[in-house]
Design a protein around this ligand. Structure first.
Ligand code: WTA
Length: 650
């Protein structure tokens, strides 16, 4: 991990349904504050009680196996299917005609709804199509798609046949896609001919094609016809259109009986080294965790219309747009477009159109809405909203207040939810109706979760002292490992304080009421508009350019995006920096990582602050960018460079 700072400022037996024991039902009344105590003292029983709400082919022999930390097993030997539990279970319960998925396209007049019955048909058809392409249990399928219904359908189709999915965010570059396909050894790639962005038609197929040049494992490519393009040159032995693949397929597909610990999906995320990490989630625990937290954090009722604005290319879209809501039989909305197209009121038009009751979005979006002004939400009827959620980064109190007042009409509670790709589910959050809120704090750990703040040496800190956020006990939807890299899994998360303490990589403090205040990443990961980016990945992209000898990327605080990446660059001998070269480098990084990775600025410098062993001290650059004093420079080989850079940055 990154160097640490000494302190931080701031067949259902066959179809038998297991009903939770009466005793548990009583105790699991989450409206009772005593639930915290109960879950604390009986956390395995607590999670088992929730798992009983799912339908299992075979129940588990043991709730948790934590004998070989950090490799946890939950619901040992249980057999279950996630797709069945997100769809068929509700049909069996008489909800077949309820709307499961609402899709709103970017063009204002384009939308679709799928009832649970219809969703089942689509999922089965795609699942059968994938089988026809040779996809079987355990074969990873990569998705590189915009926010089209086929993406949600695709996840559930994969889950149905036991093929783990790996979704790569559509904004990533061909290189980033190729890296992820390569690591997961996917044989099938699902992509699209293009997508809409603010009314413009953008290519996607070209990116996919470019990445296919370096991904020899891919045997079949499924193409969603989003734009009706006629100019695609297909390789008939490899490429097939989605609509052709599914046209003749049966609308029935027997779900595969999966072991609770079988892989459900991979989600690549940025880490402290250049290579993205394949975070591996399994079936039974993940579904239990996301179903339960979704229900309780959003206090979900059967009639709710829920909208999570995240892209399915990120974990939030997996856990709280697809699996969490559908496991609860909740109507979930998926939006293809941008908040400002055709106008800056698009989000609020959607809330009005579908009578959204629960909205889950990110602070970066809220800050943007604040900047645009309240005239846009004020044009729309938002009176159906009853609960608001926030995720992805710390929400500053000013944005919290605005969200609460302008969007929530001072009526709707806000649930500020802390979690990560690795945690799979929300871990620190208020429970509406129980927890008193403090703007800016994600409040308390979810029942059964043990979080704490440790100092660098591993001792728990007193209230209000800044330190490192840790989790002291396993939870059902925790990542099980990093794909094909158990050593890196151990080293990254479980070696800082001992093999059973999870190191989250976030700086935080706990106040006198036990409320958690998360400051942000303490490693080389940047949170840019709620997206995790690796500074190392950006640095590798920069030095890939022939003009660059060395580079350091750090985050600069930004009013809208939280942080933006800025690059400090030392050029190859004799070259001098220019605006043109800066633009070229920004474009180069954008090409390698994708548009979201483009640095906001480039500084050219003769040298960078380095330790005597030659390591770049990024921490000093970070402080300069934040407008702070650089701190102790005595261990530097070249302290004089700090003054020079300081004058230039400020
Ligand atoms: C940050 C997104 C403060 C944190 C679900 C974490 C937050 C990283 C919050 C994970 C929050 C997420 N308050 N910080 N409510 N939620 N974070 O993997 O730094 O994309 O480690 O998962 O986002 O980002 P990831």
């Amino acid at each position: 991990m990154a160097e640490k700072e000494s302190h931080i400022e701031t067949s259902m037996e066959e179809t038998k349904k297991y009903s939770p024991p009466e005793e548990f039902k009583k105790k699991a009344n989450m409206n009772d504050p005593g639930i915290y105590k109960y879950a604390e003292e009986n956390y395995e029983e607590f999670w088992a009680g929730h798992a009983e709400n799912l339908e299992w082919y075979k129940k588990w022999d043991k709730v948790l196996d934590w004998e070989n930390p950090p490799f946890a097993k939950w619901f040992v030997n249980g057999k279950i299917n996630a797709s069945y539990n997100c769809i068929d279970r509700h049909i069996k319960d008489g909800k077949g005609d309820k709307v499961a998925l609402i899709w709103e396209g970017e063009p204002i007049d384009e939308s679709t709804k799928y009832t649970f019955n219809e969703l089942k048909e689509e999922v089965c058809k795609f699942a059968n199509g994938l089988k026809e392409l040779g996809v079987g249990k355990g074969d990873v399928v990569t998705f590189y798609l915009p926010m089209v219904p086929e993406l949600a359908i695709g996840l559930l189709a994969c889950a149905r046949i036991g093929a783990p999915h790996s979704v790569v965010f559509g904004g990533f570059s061909p290189t980033a896609l190729a890296d992820r396909v390569h690591d997961s050894e996917s044989k099938v790639l699902v992509t699209a001919d293009g997508y809409y962005r603010r009314g413009k038609k953008l290519n996607m197929w070209e990116n996919a094609l470019e990445s296919l040049e370096s991904t020899p494992t891919v045997e079949k490519v499924v193409i969603v016809d989003r734009m009706g393009r006629k100019d695609l040159e297909l390789d008939d032995s490899r490429d097939v259109y989605y609509h052709k693949l599914v046209a003749e397929q049966s609308t029935e597909c027997e779900p595969e009986q999966m072991d609770a610990e079988d892989m459900l999906f991979l989600m690549y995320t940025s880490g402290t080294t250049g290579k993205p990490k394949g975070v591996l989630h399994t079936t039974g625990g993940y579904l239990t965790g996301t179903m339960t937290t979704f229900k309780w954090v959003f206090d979900i009722k059967d009639e709710d219309i829920y909208w999570c604005t995240a892209d399915i290319g990120w974990i939030t879209g997996h856990s709280y747009l697809v699996y969490g809501p559908l496991a609860n039989g909740t109507t979930t909305i998926m939006f293809e477009g941008s908040p400002d197209y055709p106008d800056k009121d698009r989000f609020w038009k959607i809330v009005e159109k579908y009578k959204v009751t629960v909205l889950y979005t990110a602070p970066t979006a809220i800050r943007l809405f604040m900047k645009w002004g309240r005239e846009y939400p004020d044009r729309c009827d938002l009176s159906t909203l009853r609960l608001l959620g926030s995720v992805g980064e710390p929400i500053n109190p000013k944005a919290w207040e605005w969200y609460h007042k302008v969007i929530g009409d001072s009526r709707c509670p806000i649930v500020d939810t802390w979690w990560q790709t690795e945690t799979g589910m929300i871990l620190i959050t208020p429970l509406p109706g129980i927890t008193d809120l403090k703007p800016g704090s994600a409040t308390r750990p979810f029942p059964g979760i043990q979080a704490d703040i440790f100092d660098a040496g591993g001792s728990p800190l007193e209230p209000n002292q800044g330190g490192y956020l840790v989790l002291k006990r396993p939870w059902p939807s925790m990542l099980r490992t990093l794909y094909k890299n158990p050593e890196r899994f151990k080293k990254t998360y479980w070696s800082e304080y001992g093999i059973n303490i999870y190191f989250a990589g976030d700086g935080a403090r706990k106040d006198e009421d036990g409320y958690f205040w998360v400051v942000g990443r303490i490693d080389d990961v940047l949170n840019v508009a709620g997206h995790r980016l690796s500074t190392m990945e950006m640095e590798s992209a920069l030095v890939d350019h022939p003009a660059v000898a060395e580079a350091a990327v750090v985050g600069r605080p930004d009013d809208l995006k939280g942080h933006v990446p800025v690059a400090y660059v030392i050029l190859e001998g004799g070259r001098t920096g220019s605006d043109e070269l800066a633009k070229e480098l920004i474009g180069h990084v954008g090409k390698i990582i994708g548009p979201i990775g483009r640095p906001a600025g480039v500084y050219f410098s003769e040298d960078l602050p380095k330790t005597r062993s030659g390591k770049i001290m990024r921490r000093i650059l970070k402080r300069l960018e934040a407008g702070e004093e650089p701190g102790d420079t005595s261990t530097l080989r070249n302290p004089e460079i700090v003054e020079e850079l300081k004058n230039r940055v400020q």
